[in-house]
Design a protein around this ligand. Structure first.
Ligand code: NDP
Ligand code: MG
Length: 384
């Protein structure tokens, strides 16, 4: 029996990597849905390759001609169309590779329709970890992390007894600015930040890797996924991106997951969840392999310290952290603020009171919008 899978964000970096895994295991998967935001033409090519799959375009198609690119096939359109497609497609497993806060409702819709969730969209967990995990728990559905660090921890934790864990060590490449001085960071341009040394990813997460906001989001993600408080999650800079994370046990043993940096391995593990399938991805060659580790510098990379602060503060602080960062990153990419302005804007937004927020979707979405408006107001003052 083929596993019925939905790939959300099929045109992105995670989506394309997932398609490599699906093509490699064509006999094992039946794609039932692909979604994109604007790159409709690419989606229609997928529909031709996998005629049984539904397709959803949630934003404006990149070119008007794209909408008549497909013969007689219904295209689910807009945000509601995407949610309807998720409910209609009958997936057993949904891979969510949508970028940003826009991924939250699709994660919930997938779980509510009875699908297991393979989650690359870390924002779903950062914004609404309790809600997403509770929705899954009520239906006895797994949430399988795809983020490489969390995939590593998820698998490592299964090797030992449940209460053996002391702390989780999340590795970070350090990004393109690992060795840059504070003065040089002030002048960093989008092109510099987009040149990631070890991973090839979408623009937003690549900027987050440069600022270490990505690691900040991942610390919060780990806290929610593995029910840990902030003190039990450490970040270790590891420029080679070969050790994807580690777990330290109470008896002192540290276990690590190693593979060459290739997202197709954690995607493969998530798509084949429940079984072990051979894979060609991420195979490591130990000849001449050197691995190094460093302490992260939270002075030059304040986004990491801000994430710990938001996690400790609780309430809607993580929602505000994520939303302010999304807003600031797009302002940086649009040439409106300096690279160092990203953390300055986030720090200023987090000065407001985000405590005591409810854990329901509406309250979370409202907090997200409020934080974006706060970031926007700061930018329109021209301070950054
Ligand atoms: P990309 O920008 O490459 O792709 C994003 C995908 O989401 C595209 O298919 C895009 O459609 C779609 N999309 C964008 N905005 C919306 C929206 N508002 N509604 C619905 N769909 C939308 O991102 P990545 O693949 O790099 O990242 C995706 C997620 O996975 C992020 O949460 C990221 O943090 C996480 N992740 C990514 C990793 C990676 O290696 N790339 C590693 C670990 C986690 P279109 O192409 O039509 O615009
Ligand atoms: Mg990661």
């Amino acid at each position: 029996m083929k596993k019925r899978i939905a790939v959300l964000g099929a045109t992105g970096s995670i989506g394309r990597n997932a398609l490599d895994v699906v093509r490699e295991g064509r006999d094992n998967f039946e794609p039932v849905l692909f979604s994109a935001n604007s790159r409709a033409a690419e989606l229609f090519a997928l529909a031709a390759e996998f005629p049984g799959a539904k397709i959803a375009v949630s934003g404006q198609p990149a070119a008007a001609a794209d909408t008549d690119g497909i013969d007689g096939k219904r295209v689910y359109q807009g945000r509601d169309g995407l949610l309807a497609a998720i409910r209609d497609c009958g997936a057993e497993l949904t891979l969510n590779g949508i970028s940003g806060a826009a991924g939250l409702e699709p994660s919930l819709a997938a779980l509510e329709s009875g699908s297991a969730l393979a989650l690359a969209n870390k924002e779903s967990i950062v914004m609404a970890g309790a809600l997403v995990l509770e929705t899954a728990r009520k239906r006895s559905l797994p949430v399988i992390p795809v983020d490489s660090e969390h995939s590593a921890v998820f698998n490592l934790l299964r090797a030992r007894e449940e209460d053996a864990l002391d702390e989780v060590l999340i590795t970070a490449s350090g990004g393109p600015f690992r060795t840059w001085s504070a003065e040089a960071l002030e002048k960093a341009r989008p092109g510099d930040a987009l040149a990631h040394p070890t991973w090839k990813m979408g623009a937003k997460i690549t900027i987050d890797s440069a600022s270490m906001a990505n690691k900040g989001l991942e610390v919060i993600e780990a806290a929610r996924l593995f029910s840990l408080d902030a003190d039990r999650i450490k970040v270790v800079v590891h420029p080679q991106s070969v050790v994807h994370s580690m777990v330290r046990m109470k008896d002192g043993a540290v276990y690590a997951q190693l593979s060459s940096p290739d997202m197709r391995l954690p995607i493969h593990q998530a798509l084949y969840y429940g079984e072990t399938a051979p894979s060609p991805w991420g195979r490591l060659d130990f000849d001449d392999l050197s691995l190094t580790f460093e302490r992260p510098d939270t002075e030059r990379f304040p986004m990491l310290a801000l994430a710990y602060g938001a996690l400790r503060a609780g309430g809607h602080y993580p929602v505000a952290y994520n939303a302010a960062n999304e807003y600031a990153v797009s302002a940086f990419l649009g040439g409106k603020i300096a690279f160092t302005g990203i953390s300055a804007v986030c720090a200023a937004v987090l000065e407001a009171d985000w405590s005591g927020g409810a854990e329901d979707l509406q309250a979370i979405v409202e907090a997200d919008h409020k934080a974006r408006r706060a970031a926007e107001a700061l930018l329109s003052n021209g301070q950054y």
